[in-house]
Design a protein. Structure first.
Length: 50
């Protein structure tokens, strides 16, 4: 049986990683790629794709 988990925490984490991604894109452009996996992963979890 599947357990229905609240996806709210995944949305919060997605937006947190998105803020980190934008900050890194503006301030430290060479470290932009470090935040990309977290953003994509939590977006996919929030959309219930994983």
């Amino acid at each position: 049986m599947e357990v229905n988990q609240s996806r709210t925490k995944y949305w919060v984490l997605c937006f947190l990683w998105l803020a980190i991604l934008i900050t890194l894109l503006v301030v430290y452009r060479q470290f932009f790629w470090l935040a990309l996996p977290g953003t994509v992963t939590y977006f996919a979890k929030a959309m219930d794709l994983l």
